[in-house]
Every structure is written in C-alpha cells, then in structure tokens.
Design a binder for this molecule. Structure first.
Ligand code: M6R
Length: 364
C-alpha cells in the first residue's frame, strides 16, 4: 500500500535513500572503496565501443551514463532511443557492448533492439528492475536495479537506482580499461556511499519544493536547462512534469539557449535550472543571467556555493547538499521529481495513473 503517503509516486520518491543504498550494496565495497562487478560472460577489458539503448526515463539514465563511461572508462558511447535504433538498422562492428536499460524489462522497442544487437554480434547486458523479465532473460547478463516494485506510472526510484548501478558499471569499466586510477575510484566510491544520506537531506526539503511548485502550477510552458550530466536531468524533469501535470515542458542543453529557445522567454515562462558547482558552473550561470535579463522566472537548483556565486536575480533557488560533480545527477533527480509531483497535486491530476499512459509499453 501507499502507507502514510498520499500517492504511490510520493512513497516511491521517499524510498530512494533505501533503494539506492540497496543498489549500491550489490557492487560497492565500503571498506576499501572499490566496485566489484558481477562476473560477466564477456571480457570488459576487450570492449572498444558501447551502445546504450532504452526508452523514456530509462533513456535519460542511459544519457547520463554516456558522460560517465566516456569520462571514467574513456570508451566511445552512443545512446539511442530504442524505437529509433531498431528501424535504423545501424551497422555494428562485432564485439561491441550493447547495454539495455528497462525498469519493466518488457518494453517492446527495447526488446526488439536487444534481439537486433544479439543477431549482429554484440555482447548484451541489461539493467532491469524486474529480474524475471524478458529483457533480463534474453540478454547475456543482467544487472538488477533493486528498486522494488514501482507502481506509479511516473518512474522515480527506478531512475535513481538505474543511475546508481550505471555509475558502478562505469567505474568497473574504467578499471577494466585502465583509464580510472585506484585513487579516483576510491573518491567516487566515497561520494557514492554518501549519496543515500544526501538524498534523505533533499527529501527533508520537500515543503520548500512544494512552495516553489505553487508558482509553476499556473504556467502554460516550462523550460528546463542543464549542462553535462545536468542536461539529461533537465530532460527527465521536463518529462516528469508533462507526464503528470500535463504542462508543456521542454528541456535544452543550456548552451543551446541562444540557438533558439531564448525566443520563448518572457515573464510567464518558468525556467528550471540544474546547476551544481562543477567545471561548467560559470557557463550555466551566464545563461541564467541571459534568461533573467529577458524577464524569465528562474528556479535555480544548485548548492550553497553556487547560489552565493550567482549574481543574477533569480525568482527562487534551492541549495542542495554539495556533492562530487560525478554523483550530482543522482541527487539532482530528486528535486525535479518532487517539483513535478507537487505541481500535479496542485493541479489535481491523477498522479499515479496519468491519462493516456501505461506503466509498461509492451506494444510499439
Ligand atoms: O520499463 P521501461 O524502463 O523500459 O520503460 C520505459 C519508459 O516507458 C518509461 O521510463 C516512461 O518514460 C515512464 N513513464 C517515465 O516516467
């Protein structure tokens, strides 16, 4: 049941410290700060290229993983939406690694892409939340996300556990390729082991996010901006909002602002900015300045340092705990989920069963 929570979605959002920690426990050794991947039926050290294929929120988890695997393992990664990939029939060199991400493990397009990759000589690895699912059974190896049953149609805990497992996988790949030093591995492992506690801190700010949401419920359009791994989190935030509140939302890589979307900015368009303090902070901060100069109502998600450094006058801001930039996307997923949730509640929509949507898309 929903327990003390009004909706399954809210219950599942609040389960995240626990389930992320369960996902971490499958691979992270806290004592020596290393990752142990399960034994795989192929040699990770021999992998030269990686493809990640998924739909919806799982695709956004894969989009974060592209940044991680490129950075930590220095392997080229392509990310594809399953329905585009399968009909494009792309040529593939043998011995690539294809990773499929699916909460349900039953998504029709993702399954078709998996079958295509197997037929084309790829090693196949799936990340699923349902262990006995078709995608888990048909791939050479499966990693479990350990989120427990997800009832809300809007994916929340499945996403953050996917990210957690993908971060561990990227570290394991970095070790296999030799691109990641033992010191760097230990640093990221420490940050990962602290992430459940940091998520719990953000959840304690639920009321502040509810207040921010009141100012967004009346909007017709909402824009989300982010850079680096903040960009897929912006995409995920926009998807969450449109799915359950029916407000039109779009996400852009912050650097794309000048290439078109800035024309949309006026004082009726809230602009949600994902901006942890990292090496791209200044770039995104200057985009915020441009939005504010055009009357845009910016909601700024950053950390204390990022908020103090910002000169632009934003409409509202929220300081999340400071974390290692590598793990920041896991943390910044939380406020965009809560924001979408509270906007939907303010609008009175059916949060757990939004119109026109099914939990698992088993027909294309
Ligand atoms: O079960 P899957 O992870 O394969 O599902 C993929 C998408 O259908 C799913 O993430 C969808 O986008 C969610 N409703 C998003 O909240």
């Amino acid at each position: 049941g929903k327990g003390e929570h009004r909706h399954f979605m809210l219950k599942e959002i609040f389960e995240q410290p626990e389930v992320v920690s369960n996902a971490l426990n499958t691979m992270l050794n806290p004592a020596d700060r290393t990752i142990t991947l399960p034994r795989l039926p192929f040699d990770l050290a021999a992998v030269k290229r990686v493809r990640i294929i998924a739909c919806g929120t799982s695709f956004y988890a894969g989009s974060v993983a592209k940044y991680w695997i490129e950075k930590l393992a220095r392997l080229p990664v392509e990310v594809d939406i399953a329905s585009e990939f399968r009909y494009r029939c792309p040529p593939m060199e043998a011995d690539g690694l294809a990773i499929f991400i699916s909460q349900s493990g039953e998504t029709a397009d993702t399954l078709a892409a998996l079958r295509y990759c197997r037929e084309h000589g790829q090693h196949t690895l799936s990340l699923v939340n349902v262990p006995e699912s078709t995608i888990a059974r048909e791939s050479e190896a499966a990693l479990l996300t350990m989120a427990g049953p997800e009832i809300g149609v809007a994916s929340t805990k499945a996403f953050t556990t996917q990210l957690t497992v993908l971060a561990c996988l990227a570290i394991g790949m970095g070790r296999a390729t030799g691109a990641l030093s033992a010191e760097a591995e230990a640093d990221i492992c420490r940050s990962l082991s602290e992430i459940p506690a940091r998520i719990a801190e953000v959840l304690r700010r639920d009321d502040d996010i509810r207040v921010i949401a009141q100012g967004i419920a009346e909007a017709r359009d909402v824009l989300y901006l982010g850079r680096g791994t903040g960009y897929p989190i912006a995409l995920e935030g926009a998807l969450k909002l449109k799915e359950i509140s029916y407000i039109h939302a779009e996400a852009y890589a912050a650097g794309e602002l000048k290439h078109g979307p800035i024309a949309l900015i006026d004082d009726s368009v809230p602009v949600i900015v994902i901006c942890p303090t990292d090496e791209l902070y200044e770039k995104t901060a200057s985009n915020v300045q441009e939005v504010v100069a055009r009357g845009g109502r910016v909601v700024f998600f950053s950390d204390r340092e990022g908020i103090d450094r910002l000169s632009a006058k934003v409409f509202s801001s929220m300081a999340l705990p400071s974390v290692d930039p590598v793990v920041a996307p896991i943390l910044y997923a939380i406020p965009v989920q809560l924001l979408a949730y509270h906007v939907a509640v303010a609008k009175g929509t059916d949060v757990d069963q939004p119109r026109n949507l099914a939990k698992s898309v088993t027909v294309e």
